[in-house]
Design a protein around this ligand. Structure first.
Ligand code: HEM
Length: 392
């Protein structure tokens, strides 16, 4: 299905050919000419950094009737307090800075193991050889999925991630594949949960089962939906951080050289790459009550879409925003959202990004792009290349 600009509620057409090659020029135009776009369909689209930060912190903007069937099974991502607070609280115990710090040696080992055979190996696709398998290994290991089942996991994750886009941007076949993936996923995890009940292990699944057994805190469907959320939120986004980040570095050889010579600067470099080409481009909220957004009255029931990719390139928040500068002082990037739904996995994503990007810079010293314009994945909310043909 292709919508024209007049028909899309955003003020621009994300399905227009060429949009994905450079959405930032389109965002810039809209931020300058119509930063608080209103569609008669009852939808607002924000592109300014300050407006988006404020909207994400506005308690009257939450989740309700979504544009989006898939979001319903992505657990607390689309719930409001108090349910959101309860479920997020249970999972956040597994994502403390200490837990994540302790994962560092294992992730570093995975990075080294995946990159070693690629060095001097000629031509390959960096996404399928590295960016895709790394996060799936990390999140599966954290949850407690046996290594031999991790293949299954990535197939479902791909279908389910495509499915988080608004239903009106998808074909009926895509919607069927998404729902099929989720039911296969649930079937698999019901069995794994049953097995873990008998034989607890030192993993997140065991921890969540314990929370479930603790009275009525977490029922089995909630547990399955949390696992799906962790898989989709934690996998596809991180693939895109590594893919988009590597592409930006290869297009800016001076910056790549800087990271290669200063791998200890990987934390700041990762922040800048997250800003420059955000893996998550959009989030949206539903007005739970009448409120005000960017000085305009928003009526209960209207939808507010926020273009995170545009906010990260707003010159009022980041001077000279279209320049990639790995030494930039960290600003308030919105790539992980803001407010009560701020990305729970941000510490893990940052760590994976730092180790992966510094690993690529140092372990593949002759890395070069083989194609100028890689193809983008057919997603709207998530932004990432489907393949990155390189030479090492
Ligand atoms: C570069 C990688 C990542 C990016 C760019 C990213 C981005 C985001 C964004 C923008 C949100 C907020 C959505 C909203 O406000 O509607 C979010 C929420 C979330 N993310 Fe991430 N994410 C990443 C990696 C991860 C990882 C590795 C995990 C876990 C394994 C994770 C788990 C979550 C969860 C559970 C939420 C929902 C939080 C809530 O609703 O309270 N994310 N993420």
């Amino acid at each position: 299905m292709t919508l024209t600009v007049d028909e899309t509620p955003f003020g621009f057409d994300p399905l227009r050919p060429g949009f994905r090659d450079d959405p930032y020029a389109v965002y810039r135009r809209q931020r300058e000419t119509d930063p608080v776009h209103y569609s008669p369909l009852g939808m607002w689209t924000l592109t300014r950094h300050a407006d988006i930060e404020a909207a994400l912190r506005n308690p009257r903007l939450g989740h309700g009737v979504t544009m989006n069937g898939a979001a319903d099974y992505l657990s607390f991502l689309t719930l409001n307090p108090p349910d959101h607070t309860r479920l997020r609280g249970l999972v956040s115990r597994a994502f403390t800075p200490k837990v994540i710090r302790e994962m560092r040696p294992r992730i570093a080992q995975r990075v080294a193991d995946l990159l070693a055979p690629l060095r001097g190996g000629g031509e390959f696709d960096l996404i399928s050889a590295f960016a895709y398998p790394l996060p799936v290994m990390v999140i599966s290991e954290m949850i407690g999925v046996p290594v031999e089942d991790q293949e299954l996991f990535s197939g479902w994750s791909e279908e389910m991630a495509r499915g988080i886009d608004p239903d009106f941007l998808q074909t009926p076949e895509q919607l069927v594949r998404r729902d099929h993936a989720k039911s296969e996923f649930d079937k698999y995890f019901r069995d794994l949960i049953a097995a873990r009940r008998g034989r607890p292990a030192d993993d997140l699944l065991t921890g969540l089962i314990a929370a479930e057994q603790d009275g009525d805190k977490l029922d089995e469907q909630e547990l399955l939906d949390i696992l799906a959320l962790l898989l989709v939120a934690g996998h596809e986004t991180t693939v895109n951080l590594i893919g988009n980040g590597t592409l930006a570095l290869l297009r800016h050889p001076d910056q790549l050289r800087y990271l290669r010579e200063n791998p200890d600067q990987a934390p700041a470099a990762t922040e800048e790459l997250l800003r420059y080409d955000s893996p998550v481009q959009f989030v949206s909220r539903f007005a739970l009550a009448d409120t005000e957004v960017a000085g305009r009255p928003v009526v209960a029931g209207e939808v507010v879409s926020m273009v995170l990719g545009a906010a990260n390139r707003d010159p009022d928040a980041f001077p000279d925003p279209d320049r990639l500068d790995l030494t930039r002082q960290a600003g308030r990037l919105v790539s992980f959202g803001q407010g009560i739904h701020f990305c729970l996995g941000a510490p893990l994503a940052r760590l994976e990004g730092q180790l992966a990007l510094a690993g690529i810079a140092t372990a593949l010293p002759d890395l070069a792009l083989l194609e100028d314009k890689p193809a983008y994945r057919d997603h709207f909310i998530l932004r990432g290349v489907s393949a990155l043909r390189v030479h090492a």
